[in-house]
Design a protein around this ligand. Structure first.
Ligand SMILES: *Cc1c(COP(=O)(O)O)cnc(C)c1O
Length: 365
């Protein structure tokens, strides 16, 4: 196996899921496993987590099909926007459709009717994200149509929060109010509300208990990270992923010999420079150049010189670091929050960015 790999502690994912479940009970938990389980690797993560989740959530229909091919049996909600031409896959692979427009709902009804099957859907209400979904203000005809669709099983209705991880919850509460007013329409129609009403992502789970309804949709929290720096940490979760590599080259570099592309760094005194076989193709962001740190032998060292596609260099000073020594890129005090700071992004992207070239090793403890 490659010396560069990520290790995923499945037991920690299970503990995170358990902590979330305890916090939201009796609400159900839809485990969000889109984007290759936030980079952790669906092949190992989803079969392990399946028994502990009520529902699974992905962004793309292709991700749902992949999970079915892995042998996953739990219900799977495809949360992203879908084209009408992708609808047959929902019937074929028993996936739950997010009905995000009147047109898509009608196309789904037509397809299900001609196939002589029922298509399971969750209606998506846009209460303030402006991404996909029918606006709360247009919900009446949407719900009326859904009630008339004989081949659609409306199992759920949901919305998505745009600002749930910040201290100021004014927008989140406005979205909650709008969602509640849409739910109230069912009473007017004398129709039962769908069994699964849901709105909360990680931020909502932590900060908006009134929004837990029948189910919640944790993503980043499941993987042990908090969705914002100032979010209330009402549930304790811990990261499950560590990123490892090994030194493949070690030498003393003198002053006057700049290091790597663009000659962005050089030593001031002779110093030991080690090379790590990991680069931006692996998802180690190029724009962390001269900012990132790694841990070798329990000690933190600076990354120096431009990060290349497949390798980068580390200044270990006078320490005796040699070829074969283990290098920790993430873990042992370095978190995705640090990557976020170095790369100018959020703590989600460093995880989802870890590329397919990096082997995933799954352990339990
Ligand atoms: C990604 C996603 C989530 C999970 O969000 P986190 O902030 O990672 O918890 C929940 N719901 C929907 C619709 C999503 O797209």
């Amino acid at each position: 196996m490659r010396p560069t790999y990520v290790k995923i502690n499945l037991s920690q994912l299970q503990r995170n899921l358990g902590a979330i479940r305890a916090h939201v009970a009796p609400a159900k938990v839809l485990a969000v496993v889109k984007a290759n389980a936030y980079g952790h690797g669906v092949d190992g993560v989803v079969p392990f987590l399946e028994p502990f989740a009520d529902y699974l959530g992905v962004a793309l229909v292709e991700e749902g099909i992949y999970l079915r091919e892995l042998g996953i049996k739990k219900p799977i909600l495809v949360m992203g926007g879908t084209l009408a031409e992708q609808l047959p896959a929902f019937l074929e692979h028993d996936l739950t459709l997010t009905a995000s427009s009147l047109d898509l709902l009608r196309a789904a009804e037509q397809l299900a009717e001609s196939a002589g099957k029922r298509l399971r859907t969750h209606l998506k209400i846009d209460t303030g994200m402006e991404r996909v979904g029918v606006r709360d203000t247009d919900a009446k005809p949407f719900i009326e149509t859904s009630l008339a669709c004989r081949h659609i099983e409306v199992e759920g209705i949901y919305t998505h929060l745009a600002n749930s991880e910040v201290p100021d919850l004014i927008h989140a509460r406005l979205q909650l109010e709008r969602f509640q007013s849409v739910l109230a329409l069912y009473d007017k129609f004398g129709a039962p509300t769908p069994a699964l009403r849901h709105m909360c992502n990680s931020g909502g789970i932590l900060q908006l208990p009134e929004g837990h309804f029948d189910m919640v949709r944790p993503g980043i929290m499941l993987y042990g990270y908090y969705p914002g720096e100032d979010v209330q940490r009402t549930v304790e979760v811990k990261p499950a992923l560590t990123w490892h590599s090994r030194v493949v080259y070690s030498k003393i570099t003198p002053p006057g010999r700049p290091v790597s592309y663009g000659s962005l760094w050089q030593a001031e005194v002779p110093t030991r420079l080690v090379t790590v076989p990991c680069g931006y193709d692996d998802g180690y962001f190029r724009n962390m150049t001269n900012r990132a740190r790694v841990v070798i032998g329990g000690k933190s060292y600076p990354q120096v010189g431009r990060i290349c596609m497949d390798q980068f260099m580390v200044d270990v000073g006078n320490d005796d670091v040699q070829v074969g020594d283990e290098v920790i890129l993430l873990g042992q005090g370095i978190s995705s929050d640090d990557f976020a700071l170095w790369a100018g992004t959020n703590n989600y992207e460093p995880l989802t960015n870890i590329s397919a070239r990096v082997p995933r090793v799954f352990v339990t403890e």
